[in-house]
Design a binder for this molecule. Structure first.
Ligand code: SF4
Length: 384
């Protein structure tokens, strides 16, 4: 199964899997102590992109690029300069395109920031997570709050659009400390905040630590309360919530993420990268040696592909739409349903509205604050 090369693809994701350390909570395709593979990986990445361009046979206009990881801020400057030279030859990157890079504090210097600016990167997504050095150290995230304090003014001098990631529910962070952190972050000269719940992913050191009762997680109800407090505090400070985890100053919503949530096509390149062509989803090989080998041999390295069924499409619409503050258009949801399914859905929507879990506004279904807390159950109720 192949990506539909004739589809209008306006968003690219580029994966850089190398990290300076491996955080104990990390579920991503990322690796530490493998930097000696960076150059080989870069060659494969470029070969993969070039193959895609060749298959498309035209210079496609691109609105958003997201360089994610891993830790893309460890990408050597010459490689990044070379990559953007090629991207601008192969694609028509439109003026004003949103080009984001994920950044770990402690991996950046002035010269890197200058190169990012030079190649046209317009948005930095900074993984702050916490300002408690001890907590981060225990999770093997080897950055300090001083790294953050050093980075922010340097970054702000060159980039208007700065986003900060935080994790709520990290073990060892008291409620008061979390509130202090959020108040501080809200006062920074940034445009966007993402707040994620700590998730325990199987087979991570955090998972084993919790299982062996060496690590105690904060009480779930308290974390949910902290999340609501955070959401309100960020709103009070001028950050609009436009998705469950995402808060932006007006006009600074992440365009690339909106492409994902609106189920528009995007092409991902690199280790473990995912793609969607409007009908099919793909994932690249996650094993570095196999990825390098397969790209070398056949220019593509896909471990998973599927054509979405009607039910999967419907479920994606609900799951992605419900997370957004604009909700999901009822007409979009009803598209393609049988009369019986439409009747069942309409009944369920009425029930949820009567229970104050959703509201209907301009033909859009939007979760209420009470609904947000039971989002997963609502998704199940609205499933076919
Ligand atoms: S820096 Fe990010 S990608 Fe790398 S190990 Fe930590 S959480 Fe994972």
């Amino acid at each position: 199964m192949h990506y539909n090369y004739s589809i209008e693809t306006k968003s690219l994701y580029i994966h850089w899997p190398f990290c300076p350390y491996k955080c104990h909570f990390c579920p991503f395709v990322a690796m530490a102590s493998q930097d000696h593979f960076m150059h080989d990986y870069y060659q494969a990445l470029i070969a993969e992109i070039e193959y895609f361009v060749h298959q498309c046979g035209r210079k496609m206009p691109i609105d958003t690029i997201f360089i994610g990881g891993g830790t893309p801020s460890t990408c050597p400057e010459p490689l990044l300069l070379d990559m953007f030279g090629k991207l601008r030859t192969w694609f028509d990157i439109v003026p004003g395109a949103e080009i984001s890079i994920e950044v770990n504090p402690g991996t950046v210097n002035q010269s890197k920031l200058a190169v990012w600016k030079e190649v046209g990167i317009s948005r930095l997504s900074v993984g702050v997570q916490s300002l408690n050095d001890e907590v981060l150290k225990k999770l093997n995230r080897l950055q300090s709050k001083d790294d953050v304090y050093q980075l922010l003014p340097q970054a702000k001098a060159l980039f208007d659009n700065l986003s900060v990631d935080l994790i709520v529910g990290l073990p060892g962070v008291s409620n008061d400390e979390w509130r202090k952190t959020v108040n501080e972050v809200a006062s920074w000269p940034i445009t966007h905040v993402s707040v994620y719940f700590l998730s325990i992913h199987e087979n991570t050191p955090l998972y084993f630590g919790v299982k062996a009762q060496k690590i105690t997680l904060p009480c779930e109800d308290e974390v949910v309360d902290l999340y609501y407090w955070t959401s309100q505090t960020l709103k009070n400070n001028g950050f609009n919530q436009y998705e469950v985890s995402s808060f932006a100053r007006p006009g600074y919503e992440c365009k690339h993420n909106i492409v994902y949530w609106e189920r528009k096509p995007y092409k991902g390149f690199g280790l473990g990268a995912c793609s969607f062509d409007g009908a099919r989803r793909f994932q690249n090989q996650k094993n570095l040696s196999l990825y390098l080998h397969e790209i070398h041999q056949q220019k593509e390295s896909i471990i998973f592909s599927e054509k979405l069924t009607r039910k999967q499409i419907y479920l994606e619409k609900i799951m992605l739409g419900m997370r957004r503050s604009t909700g999901i258009a009822l007409s979009t949801l009803l598209e393609g349903l049988t009369q019986g399914e439409q009747d069942k859905l309409t009944e369920e929507i009425t029930r949820l509205r009567d229970n104050n879990l959703i509201i209907l506004h301009n033909d859009h279904i939007i979760l209420t604050v009470a609904g947000l807390a039971v989002e997963n159950e609502i998704v199940v109720k609205l499933s076919l």
